[in-house]
Design a protein around this ligand. Structure first.
Ligand SMILES: [Zn+2]
Length: 540
């Protein structure tokens, strides 16, 4: 049986950004887009160019992706032509191969929110999509409030879809904008839309999770004939979030009837990176990953009950609906770390470390990670710190330098003109071979320039003189710094994750944990330098 193609449309960067407290930087958007592209989604909606400066910047420097880059906007306004609508022009000017416009289909919204006649709205839809298609782009119609509109006035809602369809829109995306529709209604309405003459392979589904049914609604729409699913990584999105692609993707690939019926752009190999992709987004957002997230949560395959654990050891299918390795997750069983070891070897291989199955360092590495994580550390994203820890246990970590002491001072005072200023200074002493090097950093323009704080002062002091290793670290810079209070055994501790970058465009993350924020930062900084020295092949 030949499989039908099902298309995945990601809107993490657009609808996901509507989440309270979420505002991606351009660099973060680029990073997320690349991760989505690697995962294999078909469309990446990058934002609304013209409406939001970061979105415009993103499209100016949009990464080259296999996925179809899509700009979002709204249909033309009443009283001007599509060609002369400056809001629509800003969307078109982003130059993306696809353009997705939201428009009304609910008669109540047309007359109340837009204050135009029903016919005027239909004419605006048709003109907008004709404009996109004429300019050689792929057009998508986000049919806002479609399900509520269809229930209120099915003929009108359908006439809006037809207008966009006849104008050449490739996709008509049925949106459950308020998130209140339940799966049975979604399935029924999608079937009725198809019966009314709109082909299912032109229909998309866009749901929100206000009743906890966004994933179920998406699947119901597919079973009824829709062939595009819109959603976000980790279900990011306004209010209760959008349909969670991190849940939908493995369901489509691993569960019947979807598995036998459909192909998506996500390969089995890419599926194994799902957990990492999910963590990447949490890392960008500085959020604690949801432990109970389906498929990718750290508790998703954790078996605590002794009875379950012993049965799992005999046959994992006794208490697992899928193999955790398929989605890059790990089975957690208190009494066995077999699964942990195979996962560990894979992660070591990603760091370029090929380690035999029977290498005695493997259980030691696992134990040390477990111990460090129980004290509040986390190696999920801090791949560079993980690599150093593993190299240390494998006996392949060169010992470049030893820190004898450091000291930082941050002082707030009034300057001669009576202004309040803060000045930070640091001094670090390290031993390299038999040589002791002491370096300083002082915010010498503290009275005029903004003080970047004690961690910056420490980083600058370390970077100012590292003796024979100075050339290796000269192009390093600290590009991100995240602080989180977390649980370290019985006490709250501070976890610091530092992202560094170098002149070769490499970016790596390191972690430090301590009850003292400066100490935690210092450990992360030292790891960052050591990783750079190892990767650049510095010798002792
Ligand atoms: Zn939405």
């Amino acid at each position: 049986m030949t499989k039908e193609r099902l298309y995945l449309f990601d809107t993490t960067l657009r609808d996901g950004q509507q989440t309270q407290g979420v505002q991606f930087s351009t660099a973060e958007k680029q990073r997320i887009a690349m991760a989505l592209d690697t995962l294999g989604v078909d469309y990446i909606e990058g934002g609304w160019p013209g409406a939001n400066p970061t979105d415009s910047d993103f499209f100016d420097a949009a990464p080259k992706t296999r996925a179809t880059m899509t700009a979002f906007g709204m249909t033309k306004r009443q009283g001007r032509s599509a060609e002369n609508d400056d809001v629509l022009a800003a969307v078109m000017n982003a130059g993306t191969p696809a353009v997705c416009l939201v428009g009304k289909t609910h008669d109540f919204h047309v007359t109340t929110a837009l204050g135009i006649t029903l016919d005027e709205n239909v004419a605006n839809l048709a003109a907008s999509f004709r404009h996109i298609v004429t300019s050689g782009r792929e057009a998508l119609f986000d049919a806002e409030h479609f399900f509520d509109g269809y229930k209120a006035n099915p003929d009108y809602a359908l006439s809006c879809l037809r207008a966009a369809h006849e104008a050449g829109a490739r996709w008509l995306v049925l949106c459950d904008t308020n998130g209140g529709t339940l799966p049975e209604d979604v399935g029924r309405i999608v079937r009725e839309v198809i019966a009314a003459g709109i082909p299912g392979d032109r229909l998309g589904i866009h749901t929100h999770d206000d009743t906890g049914n966004a994933v179920a609604n998406s699947l119901a729409a597919v079973l009824a004939g829709a062939r595009q699913i819109q959603g976000t990584l980790n279900g990011l999105g306004e209010r209760c979030g959008n349909a969670n692609l991190t849940t939908i993707i493995p369901t489509l690939l691993l569960k019947e009837p979807f598995r036998s019926k459909f192909d998506t752009g996500v390969s089995d190999e890419a599926l194994q990176s799902l957990r990492r992709t999910s963590r990447m987004l949490d890392d960008v957002l500085n959020r604690v990953p949801a432990k109970q997230a389906p498929y990718v949560g750290s508790s998703a395959f954790a078996h605590k009950a002794g009875l379950h654990a012993s049965a799992i050891l005999k046959d994992p299918t006794t208490y697992e609906h899928v193999d955790p390795a398929l989605v890059g997750n790990t089975r957690i069983i208190p009494m066995s770390n077999q699964a942990g070891q195979s996962n560990l070897r894979q992660r070591l291989a990603e760091a370029g470390l090929d380690v035999d199955r029977d290498n005695p360092a493997l259980p030691r590495i696992l134990d040390r990670i477990k111990d460090m994580e129980s004290r509040g550390s986390s190696y999920d994203t801090a791949q560079a710190s993980f690599e150093l820890l593993a190299r240390d246990e494998l006996g392949t970590l060169p010992h470049y330098f030893e820190v004898e002491r450091y000291r930082v001072i941050s002082e707030r005072r009034r300057n001669a003109r009576g202004q309040v200023v803060t000045v930070s200074e640091a001094v670090v002493s390290v031993w390299i071979g038999g040589e002791k090097i002491t370096s300083f950093f002082e915010n010498d323009h503290g009275e005029e320039a903004a003080d970047a704080g004690p961690v910056n002062a420490l980083a600058r002091a370390l970077a100012s003189d590292l003796g024979r290793y100075q050339d290796f670290i000269a192009d390093m810079k600290l590009v991100d710094f995240k602080v989180r209070i977390t649980n370290g055994g019985t006490e709250a501790v501070t976890r610091v994750i530092i992202d560094s970058e170098d002149g070769q465009g490499r970016r790596w993350a390191t972690v430090g944990v301590s009850s003292n924020i400066v100490d935690a930062s210092f450990d992360a900084l030292i790891d960052a330098i050591n990783w750079k020295l190892v990767r650049d092949g510095a010798t002792t």
